[in-house]
Design a protein around this ligand. Structure first.
Ligand code: NBG
Length: 820
């Protein structure tokens, strides 16, 4: 018998076999032959050939987990921004060279096939991309893991720019087929909504609860393999899609109400139609709550299904380490209690013990408006049994608080799982916290602020549960794949071990002052910039000067990230040129890229302003050779991979205390950009790692921000003291960037001058002065290059392998399992 995971069935990885397989897939999977096959057909055929190799490893990994009964990580995340798969999988499987030869041999270009892939935009930004980096590292570290999430039919919208405005287009990523997923037809899990509950006595006289949902939707899984780099371990993402429960609507069919039945079907399938395009702010809509419940219910039922096929339900916590990626999956707490108590007959205490030993929660934001809460009546209508369970958890929890802190009513109100200021709400962060054995923030500063501010009461009650795990990014995608020129140079200097052990980049330090190495380093940057320039011209008709200092701010558009601070600086630079103040020796191109939430008006206005400024400068013949502003549309993983390798300066300028960690900051640093930034999020640790003299620091600290606000911040007083800033603001109001419409930016300007919640004006002077230091540093290219090399060399800590190793050791207590 053929063993699918065995050595004899392992597909060979040489170019000739790969070519044979490619053609084979073209014929027998796609029913095409050369001559009629399109680029998409070839892309699919090659992807299927690569997938065979992934699946072969996967079988072996799955078997190893089954045989060794190791604890498995269950990562629950509403978002996974995995990026395009073909290139990444070729790199991981070590197939890149062979694939190039194979594709050349059929007269096509591998780069074109890779470029052809439309990425699955199943996330908004940092949080979703982090989940994808973590899946990569879990596999690379041989840790058994399944990432559960949602298979949105439409991911994050595509961003078009029309007349300087963001226009959203539906992301139809599935339209040309998705070769990376395997649908599991044999698994269909029911998920209920609404209805009523009854308290009944069962045949043994035990009190039981019976929930009769009003509506049932079925969850079907699509698995996406995730291979480790330099190892055979292959885990998977299990993305759930909703389908109608036809039996449920049989009565409608039977009475001839065909339309009603079909209507219900459409309604069910709408559940996983679209990703809510909000970043760092809650979506607050019923459908979103349904999505959250739907996927955690599927994930947990799936875990229990697997567990009980070979062990007892009481082994749950020893078998699974569940990680809640933010509060989006926090309903897992109540759902797991329901499954244990109502379905599997465990007693409350025993069930709670299992929950508490399996769950951990990562917090990703301190922004008060982003801490998820759900209106209690909505949740009660949709999930009546869960609300009852949450009340019971809360009752027991508040008893515990009362014992520890007697006569402290205010504390009880603050800590309750139910918010009672105004309309009643369920506080998802509290629900996640009470059930978790560990709660972590995502950078040292953020974890400290978490303990001192939003989670203070909880940290007082359970100090031992709070920890930090600083975020990381995968060096496979963001250096090895995105920046092949740099990777080659690094490997030439220190060997290829850095791709799995990023700390080894430190060996580059000894080349930092080496003139010949510096020249090679600069040549890489120059080539990457030239490549970006060509792409921008061809794809978007944008002018990008590869000789200028490339200054990049690429991330979601948000007031706390302060793209408008950067724009005010750009305007001030322009103003200096117009006034004849700026010496022309440091030409700069300031690049913005990022999406705004469709309903976030201020963020969209900031995009419009970026285009207004870009245009005004481009039209000014005196200025445009010294200064350019460029907005690159549709920032996503694919675009990001083009930008990081080319950047000289990374803008990480959020108001201190607001950016939980940032991960783009790490990607820029690893690719040799120097950072201009505040002491916020992981910037603090990046600066520590690379050395203060290789980092441009400016601005208020988190403590100073709090103090300034407390003392009563009046932004207009700042304007009076800073004529340059005042002129920049006045230029906006004068219509310089909105010809014919002076009122266009009035909301933005008024907000800055009168409220300025993110202290843009207060930090402007420090920022503008710091940018002068950047110019000075740039003038000495040897010193700049040395700093650039040292930034890369010392950024090994920011590998997601390091983060995952920390989670594995201190939070999950899982150990590596290697397939044989
Ligand atoms: C984001 C933070 C980032 C952080 C990522 C990943 C949310 C809620 N939070 O600073 O804003 O890097 O999470 O941890 O999206």
């Amino acid at each position: 018998m053929i063993d699918p995971g065995g050595e004899e069935s392992r597909p060979r990885d040489d170019a000739a076999t790969l070519r044979h397989d490619l053609v084979n897939k073209l014929y027998f999977v796609l029913a095409k032959f050369p001559g009629v096959a399109t680029k998409n057909d070839h892309y699919l055929a090659l992807s299927y050939a690569v997938r065979d190799r992934l699946l072969h490893r996967w079988v072996a990994s799955a078997r190893a987990i089954l045989e060794e009964k190791r604890r498995t990580v269950i990562y629950l995340s509403a978002e996974y921004l995995i990026g395009p798969q073909l290139g990444a999988n070729l790199l991981t499987l070590g197939l890149y060279k062979a694939a190039r030869t194979a594709v050349d041999a059929v007269g096509l270009s591998l780069d074109e096939l890779i470029e052809h892939e439309e990425e699955p935009g199943l996330g908004n930004g940092g949080l979703g991309r982090l989940a994808a980096c973590y899946m990569d590292s879990l596999a690379t570290l041989d840790l058994p893991a399944v990432g559960h999430g949602l298979r949105y039919e439409f991911g994050i919208f595509d961003q078009d720019i029309r007349d300087g405005w963001q226009v959203e287009r539906t992301d139809r990523w599935l339209r040309k087929g998705n070769p990376w997923e395997v649908r599991r037809y044999e698994i269909e899990l029911p998920v209920g909504f609404g209805g009523h509950i009854e308290h009944i006595k069962d045949e043994h006289g035990q009190l039981r609860v019976r929930w009769t949902p009003e509506r049932i939707v079925k969850g079907v899984p699509y698995d996406v393999p995730v291979a480790g780099y330099g190892t055979d371990t292959t885990n998977f993402l299990r993305l759930w899609s909703a389908v109608a429960d036809e039996e449920f609507n049989l009565d409608a069919f039977q009475v001839g109400e065909y339309w009603r039945a079909v209507d219900a079907k459409i309604r069910s399938e709408n559940l996983t139609k679209v990703l809510y395009p909000n970043d760092s702010s809650p979506a607050g809509k019923q459908l979103r709550l349904e999505q959250q419940y739907f996927f955690v219910s599927c994930a947990l039922q799936d875990c229990i299904r697997l567990l009980t096929s070979r062990a007892a339900i009481r082994e749950f916590a020893d078998t699974f380490a569940i990680q809640l990626n933010d509060t989006h999956p926090a309903l897992a707490v109540a759902e797991l209690m329901r499954l244990f108590v109502d379905v599997h007959g465990l007693g409350w205490d025993e069930a709670w013990d299992q929950v508490r030993r399996s769950m951990a929660y990562t917090n990703h934001t301190l922004l008060p408006e982003a801490l998820e809460t759900w209106p209690l009546p909505l949740m009660a209508r949709l999930l009546p049994r869960h609300v009852e369970i949450i009340y019971e958890i809360n009752r027991r929890f508040l008893d515990e608080v009362r014992t520890r802190f007697p006569d402290d009513e205010a504390r009880l109100r603050r800590m309750s799982l139910i918010g009672e200021d105004g309309d009643k709400t369920v506080r998802m962060a509290h629900l996640a916290t009470v059930a978790s054995h560990h709660i972590n923030g995502v950078a040292a500063l953020h974890s400290r602020l978490l303990r001192e501010t939003v989670m203070r009461d909880f940290a007082e009650l359970w100090p031992e549960r709070f920890m930090n795990v600083t975020n990381g990014v995968t060096p496979r995608r963001f250096v090895a794949l995105a920046n092949p020129r740099l990777s080659e140079l690094i490997t030439e200097a220190i060997g290829e071990g850095w791709i799995r052990e990023l700390d080894r980049l430190r060996e580059l330090e000894k080349f930092a002052g080496d003139v010949a190495f510096q020249e090679k380093w600069r040549a890489v940057k120059r080539a990457n910039k030239a490549e970006l320039a060509t792409w921008l011209r061809q794809q978007h008709g944008l002018v990008f000067d590869p000789n200028a200092l490339f200054d990049a701010q690429c991330k979601r558009i948000h007031e706390y990230k302060r793209q408008h601070l950067n724009l005010l600086h750009a305007i001030a630079l322009w103003d200096r040129i117009r006034r004849g103040e700026q010496t022309a020796d440091v030409p700069r191109t300031i690049v913005f890229s990022g999406k705004a939430a469709p309903a976030y008006r201020t963020a969209k206005l900031i995009i419009r302003l970026a285009h207004g400024v870009a245009e005004a400068i481009a039209e000014d013949v005196r200025a445009r050779d010294q200064l350019r502003v460029v907005f690159i549309p549709d920032f996503n993983v694919k675009t990001a991979q083009r930008i990081y390798p080319a950047a000289d300066l990374s803008e990480q300028i959020s108001t201190a205390g607001m950016e939980a960690s940032g991960t783009g900051n790490m990607k820029f640093t690893l690719n040799g950009a120097l950072t201009i930034g505040t002491l916020d999020g992981a910037n603090v640790e990046i600066r520590e790692a690379v050395g203060a003299e290789h980092f441009f620091l400016f601005g208020m600290t988190a403590e100073e921000v709090t103090e300034r606000k407390r003392a009563g911040y009046r932004p207009y007083t700042v304007l009076d003291q800073d004529p340059e800033l005042k002129r920049a603001i006045d230029l906006i109001s004068s219509g310089a960037f909105s010809p014919g419409d002076r009122g266009l930016f009035a909301p933005l300007v008024d907000n800055l001058v009168h409220h300025d919640p993110f202290l843009v004006l207060a930090d402007f002077r420090a920022y503008a002065d710091c940018q002068r230091q950047v110019d000075t540093a740039w003038r000495s290219q040897a010193a700049w290059t040395r700093s650039s090399i040292l930034n890369t060399a010392r950024a090994g800590k920011f590998s997601s392998d390091r983060s995952i190793a920390e989670y594995a050791k201190t939070i999950w207590r899982v150990t590596p399992t290697k397939p044989r």
